[in-house]
Design a protein around this ligand. Structure first.
Ligand code: PAF
Length: 313
């Protein structure tokens, strides 16, 4: 399969590295100097017990890639709009785009920018991956990746399902165990609620995930934030297999030593995904007339940290 992975972050490099043996993979990086570097040095995926080097074609010029069958959109949520406006040269009738962002901020952008004719789906992955240098990924945890068509996407026709099935097979064949599910939005929201509970608080307290569970007050805020999000989700018809607060605690325990993606962003002085996670939740709640005081306070505090350490306000 000809595949374009957009974004050389942890997830982008992990997927490009996994897929490159059996597919024609391009990695798109907006930074030409880093694209050159990655082309020369390749990618390194370090897993428990072994590390693997691989070569992929990396470019900052998407016209060099041409149309592809599968686009894996792995940029941070805040970059989705800009990328969707630019990816025309990668798309034709055969293309499927899978958006793998955290949060829900990108959901309205996909139908709005891609229009009626594009075939796109959503993906939710629970792989634990950290970028420790350009093209260098620490792959800590495996997990199932789920993909599917949300109700807002144009079609659940046979051709779209065929494309998603092929994508799931290709990813699974590359060691990224992937399932095609009929209710992808439930999974997107289930992950959102975990991120709502964990990410902002780890950024505010500058601590690994597990430390959050050591303070009774912090646990109470986590639970309240997740509950606010659960009410919003239920109001729009999202259903959860397991209780979201229970899942959030479990994920926090299972990833106790991890530095959350939001804290990694703060430490690396990058913009965080607070707007796509707690921010987008607040906006959805406001549309529905539901209160979210705990999430509003989390957003306020993370933005204050961003303001204090960055110039990007
Ligand atoms: O964003 C993250 O860091 C992860 O989704 C999670 C589950 C919070 C673990 O660190």
């Amino acid at each position: 399969m000809k595949i374009a992975v957009i974004g050389p972050g942890a997830m982008g490099c992990l997927l490009a590295g996994a897929l490159c043996d059996a597919n024609k993979v391009w990695l798109l990086d907006h930074n030409p100097d880093r694209a050159d570097l990655l082309n020369r040095q390749g990618l390194v995926i370090e897993e428990i017990g072994h590390s693997r080097s691989c070569r992929v074609n990396v470019t900052a010029d998407l016209r060099q890639i041409g149309p592809v069958e599968l686009i894996l959109l792995c940029v941070k949520a805040g970059k989705v709009k800009e990328v969707l406006h630019a990816i025309g040269p990668l798309c034709n009738q055969e293309s499927l785009l899978l958006a793998l962002q955290n949060g829900i901020g990108h959901l309205p952008l996909l139908p709005e920018i891609l229009g009626d004719s594009a075939c796109w789906g959503l993906g939710v992955t629970s792989h634990g991956a950290t970028l420790i240098g350009p093209g260098y990924v620490l792959h800590k945890g495996q997990g199932i990746t789920r993909i599917g068509l949300p109700t807002e996407s144009i079609s659940t026709d046979a051709k779209s399902i065929e494309k998603l099935t092929a994508a799931a097979q290709t990813l699974t064949g590359a060691g990224i165990q992937t399932e095609l599910v009929p209710d992808i939005l439930n999974h997107v929201w289930a992950k959102l609620l975990v991120n709502v509970g964990i990410n902002a608080l780890t950024a505010i307290h500058d601590c690994p995930n597990g430390v959050l569970l050591e303070s009774v007050e912090t646990v109470a805020i986590m639970e309240a934030a997740v509950l606010e999000a659960k009410h919003v989700a239920e109001k729009i018809g999202i259903t959860f297999g397991d209780d979201p607060w229970h899942v959030t605690r479990q994920v926090c325990l299972a990833t106790a030593a991890n530095i959350s993606s939001m804290l990694q962003d703060i430490r690396a002085r990058r913009p965080t995904e607070i707007e796509a996670i707690n921010g987008a939740l607040i906006r959805k709640a406001a549309e529905l007339g539901l209160p979210t005081p705990v999430n509003e306070e989390l957003v306020r505090k993370v933005k204050e940290i961003e303001r204090n350490i960055h110039d990007f306000t």
